[in-house]
Structure formats: structure tokens, C-alpha cells
Design a protein around this ligand. Structure first.
Ligand SMILES: [Zn+2]
Ligand SMILES: [Zn+2]
Length: 194
């Protein structure tokens, strides 16, 4: 197990994930519309998304991540009122990661915030492949896709276990009262035709 240092592009926001390993966390590449929209909202489509429009994510217990510097620069976006909390460093628009609301036991940390691009496969294990590949920008070869049954089973069992173990706290993004550390900016849905 090792620690992974976290750093936004300009270096203002820093932190770490403690004691990570391929056994604990889960690496996936998400092609869903919302992950793509988040990268584009930040103007980071080029640096965050791969050739298929995928975002390289490491799911780890919430309590394993700490922010050590630049906390006041952290901002939160929700693509809809019920959407995930999508955290980023507002100093340089580096995406940090995605969480459920307070009490959610995990964060999907986005590769751009991890300061280990050379050693990710060693630190975190190999990626389990693409999910939501139906939303990819171009068709993804079958052998690069995650098996939906395997990946869903792994993610659900991990999340339940982490919830039972109380890994939702301490959280870098929600205080003990369950409030986010900054008010999320919620993107309005397009107004319905009347
Ligand atoms: Zn920054
Ligand atoms: Zn996604």
C-alpha cells in the first residue's frame, strides 16, 4: 500500500489519498454524459478526457482522502438538483472528484488531481476498463470495456462495506453536520416548454 499525493494544476490545492492499493479501490474510465459535461464545463475537455471521451477515475473511501492546502479554493458543481457533487479546484479549474451527498462513503478521484501519472498502474492497479461506453465519442473495442456484471457487483459491495465501516467520515468535503464545505453551484435544467 502507498500514499498518493494530490495536486491541482497550479499547486494551490494539495492533499493525499492514504494507504491506497488495487485491492481497496477501483479504477474505471467513465464515458457517461455527465462526466464529459463536467470536464467541458471546466474548460478541461482536452486534458481530462481521453480519445473516447472517458474520464479516468479511482474510487476510494471518502475517509482515505485529505486536503492539506488550499481548501478555500475548492468549489462544487451539480449538473442538476439531484446530480452528484462534482468537486474542483477553482484556482485553475482542475477537477478533483465526484461524490454522493453527505454520508456517501466514497469519492471517485479524477486522474488530473493525482500527482502520480507515471506510477498510477503500480499505485492503483490497472484500470478495470470503460463504463457507460454507449456514450463514448467513438466506439470502444470490446476488450477495453469493463464487464458490467463484475464492475457493478464490485462497486456495490465496496460501497456497502465502506458504508458499514463508517468510511464516509471524516470527509474532506462535508462537515460533521452533513453540510458541504462550500455551496454547490447547481446548473438549472432547461426550462420546460409551457
Ligand atoms: Zn489550482
Ligand atoms: Zn461518469
Amino acid at each position: 500500500m502507498s500514499d498518493v499525493n494530490l495536486k491541482c494544476a497550479c499547486g494551490t490545492v494539495r492533499g493525499k489519498i492514504s494507504s491506497v492499493s488495487s485491492r481497496i479501490g477501483t479504477r474505471i474510465i467513465c464515458c457517461c454524459h455527465d462526466c464529459q459535461a463536467f470536464a467541458h464545463y471546466l474548460g478541461q475537455g482536452e486534458s481530462v478526457l481521453d480519445q473516447y471521451g472517458g474520464t479516468n477515475i479511482f474510487q476510494t473511501p471518502m475517509s482515505s482522502l485529505t486536503i492539506t492546502e488550499g481548501k478555500s479554493q475548492i468549489a462544487c458543481l451539480r449538473l442538476s438538483a439531484k446530480g452528484l457533487h462534482r468537486w474542483y479546484a477553482s484556482c485553475c479549474n482542475t477537477p478533483i472528484g465526484n461524490t454522493f451527498g453527505a454520508g456517501g462513503p466514497f469519492i471517485g478521484v479524477i486522474h488530473s488531481f493525482m500527482d502520480n501519472s507515471q506510477t498510477q498502474d503500480v499505485d492503483l492497479g490497472k484500470s478495470r476498463g470503460y463504463v457507460f461506453s454507449q456514450f463514448a465519442k467513438s466506439s470502444i473495442p470490446e476488450d477495453l470495456k469493463a464487464s458490467p456484471i463484475n464492475i457493478n457487483f464490485r462497486m456495490v459491495t465496496k460501497i456497502l462495506a465502506w458504508k458499514l465501516k463508517g468510511f464516509s467520515k471524516p470527509s474532506a468535503f462535508f462537515n460533521n453536520a452533513g453540510e458541504p464545505i462550500c455551496a454547490p453551484h447547481v446548473l438549472e435544467k432547461k426550462r420546460e416548454e409551457t
